[in-house]
Design a protein around this ligand. Structure first.
Ligand code: FAQ
Length: 311
């Protein structure tokens, strides 16, 4: 990368232009995008497991259909994001194997168990709600394919969030047992949801570079604060208490102040020691290995088809 190339690239970014796959880009920009986009894709796929756990046990046919459709949407997001990552000149198989047998990460949130059906409601409301805040920002990302992928994903996530919130509202308005179940699920998912936004800006080594290049347009803390601001009122409207005694409205800043995030827990989950890390990885590896024959058959079919066409 020459200085002139880097300067021209930065000018394009600063002018708000989108970078497309065939355009020149710094090698480090390409690597950062591959890291972030593939981790996003892995998260969407592993994110099917906690909710998939409840498809057969959802309380009615309607709820089963909605949950099945939601989980399928997550699969679609994952595949779409893998395709978008491939535009950077890397093969999907390598990305998947870096994740299953290497060091590539995925979102900490999917390493928690779904203990009751209320967890499914709360995932829709809080986890999809947090994903929307993060991905609405990423829809403005400087890399064209990633930006467009997030635009489309956000439309579906909005539906996911609404169905989760609607279900939780119903449950919070139910019998005392149902109310308790709803509140218990919120108590367990609140802090892990805040961790989805990543470490504090002061502990986030990637943020400065990603912001300079317009990959991210807001910092981890800015997004987290925005999420808290909009969630406080939603909780109040359905009679749910957020489990943070320090949550107070700050007249001066116009934002809600909140308590300390348990960062030790965050880093332990990121490093692989969360409640469900091992089980999630095991399930994903098994699915990949059990599906090997499908990939081989598809390759063989493609090879034979090509041979026939050449004749
Ligand atoms: N979990 O320097 P930063 C969804 C890592 S999809 C695990 O701040 P950055 C849909 C980070 O990778 C949810 N690791 O990093 C759905 C880095 O390590 P590395 C996924 C985390 O990139 C809903 C190190 O810590 N969304 O929810 C986490 O600037 C319901 C230092 O951090 C995305 O992936 C974490 N929470 O900011 C599906 C969105 N946070 O890689 C099913 C795209 C940080 O250098 C059901 N990604 N780390 O070894 C992003 O927006 C960013 O990459 C962040 C992290 C915000 C995740």
């Amino acid at each position: 990368d020459t200085q002139e190339q880097l300067d021209d690239f930065q000018k394009r970014i600063d002018a708000g232009e989108k970078i497309e796959p065939k355009d020149w880009m710094p090698e480090r920009y390409r690597q950062q995008l591959i890291r972030m986009m593939s981790q996003h894709a892995h998260s969407e796929i592993v994110g099917m497991l906690p909710e998939g756990n409840w498809i057969t046990r959802a309380p009615s046919l309607k709820r089963k259909m909605v949950l099945l459709a939601k989980v399928q949407d997550e699969a679609g997001h994952g595949l779409y994001l893998y395709s978008a990552t491939e535009t950077l000149g890397v093969r999907r198989q390598k990305l998947v194997e870096d994740y299953l047998y290497g060091k590539a990460k995925y979102s900490s949130i999917f390493n928690y168990p779904t203990l009751t059906y209320a967890d499914i409601c709360v995932i829709g409301w809080l986890v999809d709600g947090a994903a929307i805040v993060n991905q609405t920002m990423l829809a403005k990302s400087s890399y064209g394919p990633y930006s467009r992928a997030n635009l489309r994903i956000c439309k579906e996530e909005s539906f996911h969030k609404k169905q989760g919130y609607e279900m939780l509202a119903k449950m919070a308005d139910g019998t005392p047992e149902q109310k308790k179940m709803a509140q218990d699920a919120v108590n367990r998912w609140w802090w892990p949801t805040l961790m989805m936004f990543g470490p504090h800006d002061t502990d986030s080594p990637n943020s400065a570079e990603l912001i300079k290049w317009g990959v991210k347009t807001k910092t981890n803390d800015e997004l987290r604060r925005h999420f808290v601001d909009r969630t406080v009122m939603e909780a109040e409207a359905i009679g749910i208490t957020l489990p943070d005694p320090d949550l107070t409205y700050n007249e001066e800043t116009g934002h809600w102040d909140f308590g300390d995030i348990p960062w030790d827990e965050f880093w332990s989950v990121v490093k692989g020691d969360g409640p469900m890390n091992r089980e999630r990885m095991k399930a994903r590896r098994k699915a990949y290995e059990d599906g090997a024959w499908v990939r081989e058959a598809a390759m063989e079919h493609a090879r034979k088809k090509k041979l026939r066409e050449e004749k």
